[in-house]
Design a binder for this molecule. Structure first.
Ligand SMILES: C[S@@+](CC[C@H](N)C(=O)[O-])C[C@H]1O[C@@H](n2cnc3c(N)ncnc32)[C@H](O)[C@@H]1O
Length: 354
């Protein structure tokens, strides 16, 4: 149905929205429309002469167009759609394009320019994802041996513990006490799909157990040693082994993987997973030590910068394996796993090591 829209130049959008709202004329069930130059604000009715005068006083030049009203979806599709009548256009373009959903918690990065709107962003995420109960803002970088970060609660309630599901496995975890990234779900599934029956796997930096549990769930006969140094991650690792009923296949170990390998796992593994990208190189000699005498596969992750991010990662991995007294027979796969900053990647390499 055609309804009146107030047409204003984009630069005047915020003022126009404010005056239209103040006069009670904004049609909240319709979407604000736009083209390259103008915004079209949906109105509940045409303006009286007095209202024309008031709007003109605020925004100067404007027009009234009768055009097809576009009904708002009950649930907005993304942050721009959810906040288009709250934020001025230049701030809409700064809204985060992505965020993490871990169980019933959303984690979002809010740039300082959007500080005054951080709670609106939180509320918007609750509207977009009705199953979310808590929205956290990243308040620091990932840091320390345990690879955790600080968060600020934006909206919602309850604790930072949640139950996350991916590819049919359940992972209980506390987002503020352990490392976990839902963006690695495909990578974990990919690695699990490569494991063959009968293999022994060492997961050197297991966290709450996602790689180990994916492997155990997928492969009928397999043994995974899952090591982590963070007692909280270990606590959830134990819970997740139970939750997914893989007690017979995943052996949890609490401590420094270098000590654990030297103490109990030298020459035991067909495959080693090394998901500690900021330090993996340093630990390559221990991954080599864990492999069987005849060799095996190392899933190596590191951060690397363009240009030639992948090539640089391969060079570093080859040198690290040499330091471990072994050699890389073949690089079976190389991938940019995820972007971590402009021109910076987490790279994943599958190394066949002899
Ligand atoms: C980037 S997280 C990866 C966790 C998990 N693989 C995942 O995908 O969610 C790295 C993990 O390594 C653990 N870690 C760091 N240094 C370690 C060490 N020397 N020995 C064992 N675990 C370590 C941290 O506590 C953290 O849980």
């Amino acid at each position: 149905m055609a309804i009146p829209h107030l047409r204003v130049r984009k630069a005047l959008a915020q003022r126009a929205l404010t005056v239209v709202k103040r006069l009670g004329l904004l049609s909240v069930e319709h979407r604000v429309l736009r083209n390259s130059e103008h915004l079209f604000i949906p109105l509940t009715r045409g303006l009286s002469e007095r209202e024309m005068h008031l709007v003109g006083g605020e925004v100067g030049e404007f027009g009234i167009d009768f055009r097809e009203g576009v009904l708002r979806r009950k649930r907005p599709r993304d942050l721009v759609e959810a906040l288009e009548d709250k934020l001025p256009p230049y701030l809409l373009s700064m809204l985060p394009k992505s965020y993490d959903l871990i169980g019933d918690i959303a984690i979002v990065e809010v740039p300082s320019e959007l500080e005054p709107y951080k709670r609106d962003i939180g509320e918007a995420l609750l509207r977009i994802h009705p199953h979310i109960r808590l929205v956290l803002r990243k308040a620091s970088a990932v840091s320390g041996v345990y690879r955790t970060r600080d968060y600020e609660v934006l909206v919602g309630s309850g604790s930072t513990e949640t139950l996350h599901k991916e590819y049919g496995i359940s992972l209980l975890l506390d987002t503020s006490r352990v490392y976990f990234s839902p963006r690695l779900a495909y990578e974990r599934q990919r690695v699990a799909s490569l494991v063959k029956e009968g293999e022994v796997v060492v997961d050197m930096f297991a966290g709450v157990g996602p790689f180990a549990i994916h492997i155990a769930k997928r492969v009928p006969r397999v043994l995974v040693y899952a090591i982590d140094i963070n007692p909280d991650a270990y606590h959830y690792l134990l819970r997740n082994i139970e939750l997914n009923r893989v007690q017979a296949k995943v052996k949890p170990m609490l401590g420094d993987c270098r000590e654990m390998i030297d103490r109990a796992l030298v020459g035991r593994a067909d495959r080693v997973v090394m998901n500690l990208p900021e330090k993996a190189e340093e630990y390559l000699p221990w991954a080599c030590r864990a492999l069987k005498a005849e060799g095996g596969v190392i899933h190596f992750y590191c951060f690397s910068e363009e240009p030639e991010a992948v090539e640089k990662a391969v060079e570093r991995a080859l040198a690290g394996v040499e330091r471990g007294g072994r050699s890389v027979m073949e690089v079976l796969a190389k991938r940019r796993v995820k972007a971590v900053a402009p021109y910076q990647w987490q790279i994943g390499l599958d190394l066949m090591v002899a």
